[in-house]
Design a protein around this ligand. Structure first.
Ligand SMILES: [Zn+2]
Length: 177
């Protein structure tokens, strides 16, 4: 697989609904390897296929909980409970920080990196990351989760950050992906 790079807004691939992966094979393994490299380089805790320029329903998470990097293929959320609000950053919108309301806990189904069906119950930060990454698979970014006026202000701020090199200093310590 050729070297991939992180796509940032307004790359059109970020707006596309990603396609399911039919078969988990060596090609998927190569993609995961590349995605891990990008996530580490970007210092993120998660990365979705479209962010690596591959419009497929896959994301990876490294929540630093001792479980290593986890791979989620064709993920589906089957239950959501409660609410939580938190500031989120995104490797595809470097420098922005957006307050987002999400479910506090969830149950999801997915295939792991071996193509085996898995079911997972998570809450708090892990639940936030999973919802953030699934949004990427549906072509939704943080700026699509807020009202039009907030969106306008955020995109203006983003343009400003892109133009000035100071943007690099503004990058969040913790990017969700
Ligand atoms: Zn993101």
């Amino acid at each position: 697989m050729s070297k991939l790079k992180i796509r940032t807004y307004p790359d059109p691939i970020l707006k596309k609904k990603a396609k399911e992966i039919d078969k988990v094979d060596d090609e998927t393994g190569d993609l995961v390897t590349e995605m891990k490299r990008l996530m580490r380089e970007g210092d993120g805790v998660g990365l979705a296929g479209p962010q690596a320029g591959v419009s497929k329903r896959i994301f990876i998470i490294d929540a630093s909980d001792g479980k290593g990097v986890r791979v989620f293929i064709n993920p589906k959320i089957c239950k959501k409970k409660g609410k939580q609000v938190g500031e989120e950053g995104c490797l595809s919108l470097p420098g922005l920080e957006v307050e987002i309301k999400r479910a506090k806990s969830l149950e999801c189904e997915f295939l792991d990196n071996k193509g085996k069906e898995q079911k997972l119950k998570v809450s708090d930060l892990l639940a936030t990351i999973i919802q953030h990454e699934i949004d990427h698979l549906d072509g939704k970014l943080l700026v699509d989760k807020v009202g039009w006026f907030k969106r306008y202000k955020l995109l203006k701020e983003y343009e400003g950050l892109k133009k000035s090199k100071e943007g690099e200093q503004n990058v969040l310590e913790k990017m969700i992906g």
